[in-house]
Design a binder for this molecule. Sequence first.
Ligand code: NAD
Ligand code: 13P
Length: 318
Amino acid sequence: DEVRMWVFEETLPTGEKLSESINQAHENCKYLPGIKLGTNVIADPDLESAVKDADMLVFVTPHQFVEGICKKLVGKLRPGVEAISLIKGMEVKMEGPCMISKLITDTLGINCCVLMGANIANEIAVEKFSEATIGYREDKEAANRWAKLFTTPYFLVAIVEDIEGVELCGTLKNVVAIAAGLVDGLDMGNNTKAAIMRIGLREMRAFSKLLFPSVRDNTFFESCGVADLITTCLGGRNRRVAEAFARNGGKRSFDELEAEMLHGQKLQGVSTAREVYEVLTYHGWQELFPLLSTVHEICIGQLPPTSIVEYRLAEGQS
Ligand code: NAD
Ligand code: 13P
């Protein structure tokens, strides 16, 4: 009946606190203006109080903040609480890459499904039809409970027993979207962008399977796979900022453009490209993943934006 929404508190230009403004207007005037939230959604700037009585937890923040949030939640949750993560990203640790759902499970000792898909927030908020994929490990009943909770006539949810595949699709497509934005900024046209998306999808699948051999091919045909790749390469923020980066010839950094263009929202693709690159370097896999590697090297200014179409596939790759 009541949805407590933890809000990272900030002061608006009017001097009002964001959480107070949301509770008065039932609208998030900074991050989702013009959309009325249900009156049962209560913004709460206190993390501990937000989760105190919760039996279902939905994690959705930029991925760089999750670890800190989870540490604060240790020992604060009700027994038996279930979680789902909508977060597209991963953490790279000394012992290797760690998906966000695993970080949540390991830190808090709770089951955590994932929900990914072709889900640009503003479009869902105005109830335009879309689909999503829930990934789960073993506990199908939990996945079904989440699917029931999220499904509406305009939001169709499928469940797939391939948590790593679903989460890696959502995570890696943000890097491909940076590549798509670069080719847009270079005015290269539709054939080039389609080629980037195809090569990107192939690298997403190969990278996922190298990390987790259990990842299934079919997952890439779900909403979390090819559909999310398409929508993000056409209409996402990663694409938009990367286009501006290329139009500026790489002379203005992603950080600068993110701050100027997104007004507090966060890009996931640039940090994910760095994280993927760390994994590729560690294993000596860069040559197998020319697109994923090149995106990172362009983001850090080591290569010019034009390099996005200058790499060559390794022998035997298609
Ligand atoms: P965002 O990129 O709009 O970032 C802004 C949010 O980050 C705000 O809620 C802000 O309060 C919060 N924030 C800022 N500083 C913070 C801090 N120090 N600690 C905690 N939170 C802080 O966020 P988003 O679009 O909601 O993305 C969250 C996740 O959802 C990402 O992994 C993203 O890939 C995924 N996602 C987003 C969309 C979309 O269309 N926006 C769609 C699908 C999935
Ligand atoms: P962007 O973060 O690039 O806007 O992508 C949103 C998204 O994940 C759509 O499914």
